[in-house]
Each structure stands twice: as C-alpha cells, then as structure tokens.
Design a protein around this ligand. Structure first.
Ligand code: HEC
Ligand code: HEC
Ligand code: HEC
Length: 137
C-alpha cells in the first residue's frame, strides 16, 4: 500500500516536472506563472505569482502585454533576448530594463502601471502594494 502510494506520488511529480515546461514552451497561454528574477540576478524580493489566464480571460488582449510580439501564437517572455533583459542597477529606471517591465507607472503594459490606472478608475481588485505581489518570505 505504502509502496504503491510512493510510486503514484513519484509519477505525479514526474508529470509535473516534464509536462509543465512543455505547456509553457508551447504557445498556449499558461494558467498561472511564477515570475522570478533572471538567472544570475540576486533577488531582493520574493517571486511573483501571476494569474495569467485570469488576465487574458478578463478581456485584456494578449498583445497588450506581449506588446512587441506580432501574433499571439509567437509570444515571448518579458526577459527574452532583445526585450527587458537588463536587470542591472543602472537599467532600473530605463523603460526597457527588467524592473520597468513590471513597475513602469507610465505604461499600462506593466503590472503596476495598469493596476494603478485600474485603481484610479475605481477597481480595487488590481493590487498596487509591493507586498501584494511580493509576499514576505
Ligand atoms: C502588480 C505586481 C507587482 C507590484 C505591485 C510590485 N512588483 Fe516588484 N516585481 C513584479 C514582478 C512580476 C517582478 C519580476 C519577477 C521577480 O523578479 O520577482 C518584480 C520584480 C521586482 C524587483 C527585481 C527583482 C528582485 O527581486 O530584486 C524588485 C527590486 C521589485 N520588484 C521591487 C518592488 C517594490 C519595491 C514594489 C513596491 C513599490 C514592487 N516591486 C511592487 C511585480 C510587482
Ligand atoms: C496582463 C498581461 C498579459 C496578458 C493579457 C497575456 N499575457 Fe501571456 N504572459 C504575460 C507575462 C507577464 C508572462 C510571463 C513572462 C515572463 O515569464 O517573463 C506571460 C507568458 C506567456 C507565455 C509563455 C512565454 C514564455 O516563453 O515564457 C505564453 C505562451 C503566453 N504568455 C501567451 C499568451 C496568450 C496567447 C495570451 C492571450 C490569450 C496572453 N499570453 C495574454 C502577460 C500577459
Ligand atoms: C493591462 C492591465 C493589466 C496588466 C498589464 C496586469 N494586470 Fe494584474 N490585474 C488587472 C486587473 C484589471 C485586475 C483585477 C481583475 C478583477 O477585476 O478581478 C488584476 C488583478 C491582478 C491580481 C489579483 C488577482 C486576484 O485574484 O485577486 C494579481 C496578483 C495581478 N493582477 C498580478 C499582475 C502581475 C504580476 C502583472 C504583470 C506581470 C499584472 N498583473 C499585469 C490588470 C492588469
């Protein structure tokens, strides 16, 4: 009994490890994405749980957020080559830097920019506080 439970758990774990990246690598819109600092960058904040499907289902066009992509079948990640790759301190204030992809208050394509505009328009469900997106460890 115990042994078969172990085996089932291992199978589930393996499916998660191998099947999830496959879903993300394809161009189906993933349901939920945990966004982390790029490799090699020492994160100062906790990773962000992003309800991706909820956003797409709420009527925001794919190409609002994936604003440099030409079709929704060819979307890339924010920190893809040629996009918001630079996570250095020097690039923190640059619109094309990694930080501003998510926090640019002047752009409605960034998390914080859109949420601030939503808040201003009276929608209290779009979080704007640091700890709402980066919960304490
Ligand atoms: C609407 C969601 C959201 C809000 C609100 C938000 N962030 Fe972020 N932040 C992100 C996302 C997404 C990333 C990219 C993923 C990551 O690096 O964790 C990020 C990355 C960062 C990074 C770079 C990575 C790191 O860990 O050092 C810093 C610094 C940061 N945020 C600070 C803040 C601060 C300070 C606030 C409050 C003023 C804030 N964030 C509010 C979504 C948000
Ligand atoms: C509210 C903004 C927003 C909307 C709307 C949105 N996405 Fe995304 N999408 C993101 C973010 C942010 C990521 C994570 C990028 C990262 O990891 O850097 C992402 C990631 C993805 C990925 C994985 C890309 C990769 O290479 O990691 C795919 C595929 C994708 N989205 C497809 C879609 C499609 C198709 C739609 C429309 C049905 C859509 N997205 C709508 C913001 C959005
Ligand atoms: C173009 C607008 C737009 C962008 C860009 C956007 N959001 Fe949102 N987000 C919304 C709206 C609108 C809501 C509130 C949905 C509702 O009314 O229920 C929301 C809600 C949320 C919530 C709360 C979900 C809940 O269940 O309470 C989180 C977390 C969130 N967004 C994270 C992010 C992150 C992280 C990013 C950037 C990677 C991002 N959003 C980018 C419009 C946006």
């Amino acid at each position: 009994m115990k042994k078969s439970l172990m085996i089932s758990l291992m199978v589930v774990a393996l499916v998660c490890v191998f099947a999830l990246p496959a879903v993300i690598a394809g161009n189906a819109a993933p349901d939920q994405i945990t966004i982390t600092a790029p490799e090699g960058v020492k994160a100062t904040k906790t990773p962000v749980d992003f309800p991706h499907k909820m956003h797409a289902d709420s009527g925001i066009d794919c190409l609002v957020c994936h604003h440099k992509d030409e079709s929704k079948d060819a979307v890339k990640s924010c920190a893809a080559e040629g996009c918001h790759v630079d996570a250095s301190k020097a690039a923190k204030k640059k619109p094309e830097g990694f930080y501003q992809a998510f926090h640019n208050k002047k752009s409605k394509t960034s998390c914080l920019g859109c949420h601030k505009a939503e808040k201003k328009a009276g929608n209290k469900k779009a979080p704007v506080s640091c700890k709402a997106c980066h919960p304490k460890k």
